[in-house]
Design a protein around this ligand. Sequence first.
Ligand code: FAD
Ligand code: NAI
Length: 469
Amino acid sequence: MKDRFDLIVIGSGPGGYVAAIKAAKLGMKTALIESREIGGTCLNRGCIPTKTLMHSSHLYYEAQSLQEIGIRYEGLHFDMDQIQEHKDSIVNKIRQGIVALLEANKVTILYGTATILGEGRIQLKTSESELELETGKILIATGSKPVIPKIEGANLNNVITSDELLSKKGNPYDKLLIIGGGVIGVEFATIYKELGCEVEIIEAMDRILPNMEKEISQSIAMSLKKKGIVIHTKAKVTRITEGEGNTLSCEYEEKDTLKITSANAVLLSVGRRANLEGLFAPEVFLELDGPNIKVDEKFETSISGIYAIGDAIRGKQLAHAASAQGIVAVEKMCGKEPSIDLNIIPSCIYTQPEVAVVGLNEEEAEEKGYTVAIGKYPMLGNSKTILSMGERGFIKVISDAGTGRILGAQLLCDRATDMVSEFTTAIVNGLTTKDLAAAIHPHPTYSEAITEAVEDVEGMAIHLIPKKK
Ligand code: FAD
Ligand code: NAI
């Protein structure tokens, strides 16, 4: 007799594995199908490997200025193979932890490729066998894959995506050209530059990180340029060809002028699209929303009993968004009220300084009809930033002038990616600037700047020179 499950989740990224554990906890007999490694893009080819490499590159980069504070050493160098091995060991460790959690929650892990045959029916294919599985519900969490732009030469050797760059053996390339100055582009630019490579970015829009507030993207562009990264904006690559020696030659148009540059490798980081390859049997017709799967507010697709979350649907392509959607989708399947507010999703960029934003920015708040009151604190007044020799940055809070409710925040500073959660908690729970100011923040910490920013809304920040009237 075939095994019958209450729920089969396809894809074990942060969306799928979290949903599977949640479903098991809520009493569903759950299976999780994965065609590659447990943990999905995030663990194996995304968040964790990039941030582990970045941890190494930051330490190496910072070590070069230790002499300034009296720490002396000789012969500082790095071993890229060992850095990669360390990264792989971190990924393995986390993967083992996820597998242990799935097993402890009695989720059945099935390795192979899933194809949806129809309502409640999935074919599981491995190199040795094909098996049909029956289930009450199906949750698609198959994630995304890199977009390959239609540029002549995009298929040449050493024209790569983040997948290949993360698994590259041997020394880093002497020069890396990055097409696309979005999140992946600037994070890899940071890692490679910190490891001593030449880096050039070609971005189609008028600024890098075009989805971020202008002030943030301009500040990040300034700090990348200060590190020696070359940035071209309003620029479009027209052709990549094999150049002399071990190089690629890249033709691009920048502000209507045709230019040429060369590099040892070209990273394509122009976005990611839903990964739906081979997911549906030919007779299964599921409504799409552009390149993504269309879902309703319960995350149910156009076929009853089939749900989708994460990078496979429209929205922010972020690990924590996928996990939160997974939890809410399962809660709704079980008839429960959602335990998470999916409207407020923080976004982070792990540059130096870090970037983190949540809620509405000033423009968006005004468009929604709020009379906005702003508080802003420059981090160069924050003791922890000064003693850690941090870069320029700020914490900005956007509030409703009438009620004092916090509507949004933007952080450009060290530990921004951790501190943003205080603002997320405030927004989700309707807290005001006074509520945040009422809580004592320890000294010396970066988080003291949160108190200063919310106090600045009424011009009451202690460590800020009063504005001239
Ligand atoms: P995925 O993590 O993509 O997982 C989908 C899984 O489904 C994969 O394991 C795949 O093998 C499997 N699968 C697909 N089809 C099938 C099938 N037919 N049968 C069986 N299995 C299948 N986000 C952040 O929040 N923070 C970051 O710092 C961050 N850094 C990133 C860095 C990089 C370089 C990249 C590429 C992405 C990064 N992201 C980051 C984005 C994040 O990785 C994704 O948003 C997240 O992984 C999406 O989760 P998911 O569960 O929807 O899908
Ligand atoms: P992205 O959408 O962030 O950036 C793509 C960039 O490429 C844009 O700036 C776009 O204008 C530019 N572009 C598009 N076509 C181009 C062309 N032909 N020539 C030059 N520039 C071009 O996509 P990216 O960086 O690939 O990342 C995908 C997703 O992965 C992100 O949207 C993000 O959600 C997720 N991610 C999240 C991270 C984090 O949370 N820290 C880190 C890395 C990725």
